[in-house]
Design a protein around this ligand. Structure first.
Ligand code: BGC
Length: 970
């Protein structure tokens, strides 16, 4: 019996596994009915039923596709020859490509990611001290198997959530339930489909960021989830066509940082652990993970130290400061070392410099090696399977047990991994059994039926149990979803057309309009006001959940696709709302819900008499495991999809024979090019509604009809062409070698920073957004609070000490399969069948493992050196509503660094924003507190944040990155 076990609790262990594994294998491993042993049984088992809920599966590898073909044809020999040829060809291309790459590619200036060991222990921060104390008391009583359980997922589809670890039953630590994603609860019923991150970013409203996070977590909690796999702040948005940019909040680290931190606070206020992801530089989908794209390795994002700090890692710093419980490391490599095994990133930057106290979890199968990832700072592997999906062959689980017993993973490291996870659980108050009953979630990610299996992914026989309780957790969260969608709608153009009235244009406007048209055409138009609504994007298509994981573009676009999407409980389409909002006694509505205009018949004839045309178009993208049309995760260009541009051009020329007024509405995952039609004289208004979620139509109508004055601002730049974003803005679509190399040579210059540096005129600049009223931003007043000094105060001594444990390697018997445990196929256990082959001895540690790294001057507490978060100067401006309507202004502060020889600074960087509601004529003072971190740059020599003490900082405040009307200096 394992060490420290209370014999009365032995049954607990069995009952946990039995819960998942109740099946008919006898103790001798043979099925009672068929007499087959578990492997034989598996061979004959049928795959999960076709009615299974859609679940994301990685793109089939060539090998998988091959086996399917072989099964289908049965022509083995011929197939073998073909296979050999293909392999040969593949090797030739790969090696050839590699050689070409080596010859023509200059060595990137970043080199190989440097080593950073040993992994810093959690437990240094005052804010977490009590939780660590409690955790230590629990962890010291755990057996080795229990500790391994806590760190390792049980395998893909081995629980009801997308990720589950296993419990430490003797000490009362439950199985944790982890679920996507950033905009709602994936694979669940009766939940809210909130607007996506990019829409939240476009609100520039901190309160809404928080409120959406809170409502999301409230639902997660009630569905039985412990850990939400969101928010997402990486990708940051380096490439405007990047497939998953929409999961995050916009192409600027400061905006991502604030939105991420507010979301984390909102989520965690409900006691649910938030996961900030994907750490780091997962900027494109192409080649993001091995085999998904046919290559054995993932892309390497090659980034210099300063850029990593000032751009890509920056928002993670905000999340850590906000107390985030978990960080998900990404699929890609950074400087040719996988993120989840990159000691510099995890040990050095995240745990030492940023003082992260929670646990690092791998993205799904982003762990690519066993021992070295543990040493590099990974704390939890998800979903537990190792290099292959759903095979149950973990890189940890039993292998971690073995690694601890043979000394290759120091026990100290395992203890820290487990302590971090348990401390996070205490930190969020999840030890309260009333609030967090220790039960599986009340929904299954894998079936819509009431009954299902607890370990859906296992082919072993199991009892059918109630897995879906269909609990409605939506409360009144649709109102938050609606508000975010409305406030996240950006008015890009308005020639005095919007808002419209339910009766058409509004009386005065209508009369004026009709007079103009009469003069132009000689035709008097009387009777009802005639409105046309155009485009597939205005309508329902085949329903919002038509494609798995929303992996296609049809009907109105409410979200991108992939793990960041949910099953819509409903989706209010624009057309539904327009039908009900227009006053039928005054308005005649004509619907053209396709992207092609009719060429004949009465519908075509009606076009000539339309007075107002509202035309919808969109652009979609998503996670790389699904391809739609020519969009393989990343978009191939920034064009509107499905002929959107042509539709708009057609409508503009035909609406009222070219005299009608046109409103363009765009739903999009990111920037789209508008050049073909933006300057047409009758394209009078353009609304960019981003990805609005379930309340799409309602939110749009709120803005169109002026119930809400638009206050969304662009969270990215809209250029005039994709080339405007520079070389760094281009997705690497072709690998050019076995390990695709993506060099971030543009450094700090992405999005508006690139446009500003190269004086490129964007179509719409970062931060831009119109309103139905007019605001003025003026009178910048600068108040210094602390004097300038180059470096932050010295790193503080830690407020608390990490727990210490016995360093005695536990007895091997603790990880032997317990007698009588019924074992599920492909389920990941911490156990070994035998420990006889375990040999302890010297282990070849990674290079640099023996060199203890100096602690960073930028670290010392949760979020890093506390001095970095101190306000050094504040800037106040007056914001006045000088227009006719009440509305919300978004004052934005951009910082201009003083010149310093040898240091290149962006023209300006965002360092503050606010959103304030003002009645007509009202004026308010808005304050921006600027911290030391905001004022500093990362000095690669000093390895610290450095403030420029000579010259003057300038603060430019206004309503977009190119409309800066109030300036102050310090
Ligand atoms: C995604 C993550 C997600 C995970 C679990 C991965 O493919 O990259 O963002 O949380 O799957 O579904």
């Amino acid at each position: 019996m394992p060490r420290n076990l209370d014999p009365s609790k032995e049954g607990l262990l069995r009952s946990h596994y039995d819960g998942a594994a109740r099946q008919s294998f006898e103790d001798d491993g043979r099925d009672s009915e068929s007499g087959l042993d578990a492997t034989e049984f598996l061979d004959r088992a049928s795959p999960p039923s076709a009615e299974s809920k859609s679940f994301f599966r990685p793109r089939d590898s060539p090998v998988q596709r091959w086996s399917a073909l072989r099964r289908a044809t049965g022509r083995r020999r011929c197939c073998l020859v073909l296979l050999t040829c293909m392999l040969g060809l593949w090797l030739l291309i790969g090696i050839g490509g590699g050689v070409v790459y080596k010859v023509f590619q200059k060595e990137p200036p970043y080199g190989q990611s440097p080593p950073w060991y040993p992994a810093p222990k959690g437990g240094i921060a005052r804010t977490w001290a009590a939780s660590y104390e409690k955790a230590a008391k629990m962890v010291e009583r755990m057996t080795l198997a229990e500790k391994v359980n806590v760190t390792t997922g049980t395998g893909w589809q081995m629980g009801l959530a997308v990720g589950t670890n296993a419990p430490a039953v003797y000490v009362g630590f439950p199985q944790l339930q982890l679920q996507d994603g950033p905009l709602g609860i994936r694979f669940a019923d009766n939940i809210t489909a909130f607007p996506a991150g990019i829409t939240v970013g476009a609100t520039w409203n901190r309160k809404l960021m928080y409120a959406r996070g809170k409502a999301h977590a409230n639902e997660a909690h009630r569905k039985g989830i412990n850990v939400l796999l969101g928010p997402c702040v990486g990708p940051l948005g380096r490439m405007p066509a990047g497939g998953r940019n929409w999961e995050g909040f916009g192409a600027d680290p400061y905006l991502q940082g604030i939105a991420g931190a507010e979301t984390v606070k909102g989520i965690q206020s409900e006691g649910v652990m938030a996961t900030i992801k994907h750490f780091v530089a997962n900027e494109q989908e192409h080649f993001r993970q091995p085999w998904e794209w046919g290559l054995p390795h993932a892309v390497s994002s090659n980034i210099d130290d300063r850029t990593l700090h000032e751009l890509y890692a920056w928002p993670f710093g905000d999340a850590v400061k906000a107390g985030v419980a978990s960080v998900m490391c990404s699929y890609n490599q950074v400087n040719n070392s996988y993120s989840c095994g990159n000691s510099k990133l995890l040990n050095g930057i995240l745990k030492d410099e940023l003082g992260f106290q929670g646990f690092v979890m791998s993205d799904w199968l982003a762990q690519r090696s066993g021992v070295s990832t543990a040493l590099a700072g990974l704390d939890m592997t998800m979903p537990g399977d190792g290099l292959d999906w759903a095979k149950g062959k973990s890189l940890w689980g039993p292998e971690l047990s073995r690694a601890v017993l043979n000394g290759s993973v120091p026990l100290e490291r395992l203890n820290d991994m487990v302590t971090r996870i348990v401390a996070a659980w205490y930190q969020l108050g999840q030890d309260d059994e009333i609030k967090f009953p220790r039960k599986p979630p009340n929904f299954s990610s894998w079936t819509n039926d009431r009954l299902g299996f607890l370990a859906h992914g296992s082919s072993s026989t199991q009892d059918l149990v109630e897995v879906n309780k269909f609990l409605d957790v939506q409360s009144n969260h649709s109102s938050i979803a609606r508000q975010v969608a409305a406030e996240g709608t950006v008015l890009l153009k308005n020639d005095n057309l919007l808002p419209i009235s339910p009766r058409g244009l509004g009386d005065a406007n209508l009369k004026r309009r009709r007079d103009v048209v009469e003069r132009a055409t000689g035709k008097r138009h009387t009777g009802k006001f005639r409105v046309g609504v155009f485009g597939e994007d205005a309508g329902p298509g085949s329903g919002p959940n038509h494609c798995k994981d929303r992996g296609c573009n049809q009907g109105t676009l409410g979200s991108g696709w992939g793990s960041g999407a949910v099953e819509f409980p409903y989706l209010v389409t624009p057309i539904e709302t327009l039908r009900s909002r227009f006053d039928k006694s005054e308005v005649e509505l004509h619907e053209y819900l396709s992207n092609k205009l009719p060429t004949a018949g009465s519908d075509q004839a009606a076009l000539n008499d339309l007075e107002l045309c509202i035309v919808f178009a969109n652009a979609d993208s998503g996670e790389g495991f699904t391809k739609w049309d020519d969009v393989s995760g990343d978009r191939p260009n920034l064009n509107l999809q499905k002929g959107g541009d042509d539709l708009i051009l057609d409508v503009a020329s035909k609406c009222g024979s070219g005299h009608g007024q046109v409103v363009v509405v765009i739903h999009a995952v990111g920037p789209v090019l508008v050049e073909k039609w933006i300057e047409l004289p009758n394209v009078n208004a353009v609304l960019l509604a981003n990805l609005p979620g379930e309340e799409s139509g309602n939110a749009l109508a709120d803005v169109l009809f002026g119930d809400i004055n638009p206050s969304g601002h662009l969270p990215y730049t809209i250029g005039k062409s994709l080339n405007d974003y520079g070389k760094g803005g281009q997705v690497l679509y072709r690998p050019k070698g076995i390990i695709p190399q993506q060099d971030f040579t543009e450094g700090l210059y992405i999005d508006y920073r690139y446009f500003d540096k190269h004086s490129i005129e964007p179509r719409f600049d970062f931060g831009f957004g119109l309103s139905y009223t007019t605001f003025e931003v003026k009178n910048a007043q600068v108040t210094p609070w602390k004097s300038k000094s180059p470096l932050p105060a010295s790193r503080p001594t830690p407020a608390a000490k990490p727990p210490t444990y016995s360093d005695q390697i536990p007895p091997a018997s603790e990880v032997l399969f317990p007698a009588g445990l019924r074992v599920l196929e492909r389920y990941v256990y911490p156990y070994l069948k035998s420990v006889d082959d375990i040999v302890t001895g010297p282990y070849p540690y990674p290079d640099g493992y023996e060199t203890k790294q100096p602690l960073s001057g930028a670290g010392g507490d949760e979020g890093g050196n506390p001095d970095l978060w101190e306000t050094y100067v504040s800037v106040a401006v007056d914001v006045e509503n000088v227009g006719p309507r009440a509305g919300s202004a978004v004052p934005q502060l951009y910082l201009v660094y003083p010149a310093r020889e040898g240091v290149d600074f962006p023209v300006r960087v965002l360092r503050g924003f606010d959103k304030i509601y003002l009645r007509p004529g009202e004026s308010r003072t808005v304050d921006f507190n600027i911290t030391r971190r905001d004022l500093s740059y990362w000095d690669v020599q000093k390895q610290n944040w450095v403030m420029v003490t000579e010259g003057k900082y300038q603060f430019q405040v206004g309503q977009s990155s190119r409309d800066l009307t109030a300036v102050g200096t310090w």
